[in-house]
Design a protein around this ligand. Structure first.
Ligand code: PMP
Length: 338
């Protein structure tokens, strides 16, 4: 038995029960471990879907170039698919992204442009603007634009949502997930609510991002925007893929709380996952503490793998430098505590 290419191995990731970090909280709490995808993140799913739709529309032709602004994981999925299908890739990244992510994209043959994080989205230096400009300059290219590309949420509506429904045998009552482009939260939540309208969806947002305030007030408040460190969740724009009608509430998580939970997931659960996964679990457990009942079943998405954050949340010196770790925190190497 074999697969025709690595692309066919995407999806059908395991659902695993949490046993330690949720002690004292009622209900069954399950995590969907998306680092089992070949690019080590959930974004492989939507990357391939967006390429397939571009091929079907005739926008992406043989030998073409795929251009995207990405926090790294979408780029990984696009690059894998591009290698298998014979396309070139050009990616723009914000300079806060992990070096590991940038090196991995280069390893798959992508051309990388690193852009400043702290500029407005319409600034010509921003990673959105540079991607648009590269598209204009490159013949036979597509600009994927994961923020507004419907293929992003469709991938999760067609694969991630049905997998969760089947794996929980329809018993899921709560769904929690970090929100960036919104594809994961919206596609999955739409599918789950169609099966059972009572499924309650919690979107995990970052401090420094606009989503929570917008959901609660309908106001796009620029005062909510400031720089933060967590990668992949929160935005300073409202992407079309965020369908606010299928998200019941947002919870904001600080960089520090997300980082500490990421370390706990590794040490206590053996789940070596990325920073946004720690944020998602921290926020989801805050909600669960107050609201979950014994018979409830919550599913939390863990977006990517911990290797991409070895130089950050898993590095004690980096954690101390950012004020995220002090001698009262568990899990530090002894030399650091001393
Ligand atoms: N976590 C990580 C690590 C990500 O790369 C992303 C994608 N930006 C997300 C969470 C959020 O997923 P989505 O874009 O589907 O909202």
């Amino acid at each position: 038995m074999y697969y025709n290419s690595i692309i066919e191995t995407i999806g059908n990731t395991p659902l695993v029960r949490l046993n330690s970090v949720n002690k004292g909280i009622k209900g069954t709490i399950l995590v969907k471990v998306e680092y089992f995808n070949p690019g080590h993140s959930i974004k492989d799913r939507m990357a391939v879907k967006m390429i397939e739709l571009a091929e079907e529309r005739g926008d992406l032709k043989p030998g073409g170039t795929i251009i995207e602004c990405t926090s790294g994981n979408t780029g990984m999925g696009l690059a894998l698919a591009a290698c298998c299908k014979g396309y070139k890739c050009i990616f723009t990244l914000a300079d806060k992204q992990s070096k590991e992510k940038i090196d991995a994209l280069r390893a798959l043959g992508a051309e990388i442009h690193v852009c400043p994080t702290n500029v407005a989205p319409d600034d010509p230096r921003s990673y959105y603007s540079v991607a648009r400009r590269k598209h204009e300059e490159t013949p036979n290219s597509i600009f994927v634009n994961q923020y507004d590309n419907p293929g992003n949420a469709i991938a999760h509506y067609e694969t991630t949502g049905p997998e969760i429904w089947e794996q929980t045998e329809g018993k899921i009552t709560h769904y929690a997930v970090g929100v960036g482009t919104g594809g994961t939260v919206s596609g999955v939540s739409k599918y789950l609510k169609e099966q059972n309208p009572n499924v309650y969806t919690v979107g995990i947002d970052s401090y420094g991002s606009v989503f929570k305030k917008y959901k609660e007030t309908g106001i796009f408040d620029e005062n909510e925007i400031y720089s933060y460190l967590t990668e992949g969740i929160g935005e300073d724009i409202l992407p079309k893929n965020v369908d606010f009608s299928v998200i019941d509430e947002f919870i904001k998580v600080t960089d520090k709380d997300g980082a500490l939970m990421t370390r706990r997931l590794a040490k206590e659960e053996g789940l070596f996952v990325g920073w946004s996964a720690g944020s998602a679990v921290h926020g989801a457990l805050e909600y669960a503490k107050e609201n979950l009942k014994e018979d409830d079943m919550m599913v939390i998405i863990l977006h990517d793998h911990g290797t991409r954050y070895l130089g950050k949340v898993f590095n004690d010196d980096w954690m101390k430098d950012h004020g995220f770790l002090d001698s009262s925190d568990f899990g530090t190497a002894k030399s650091i505590v001393d």
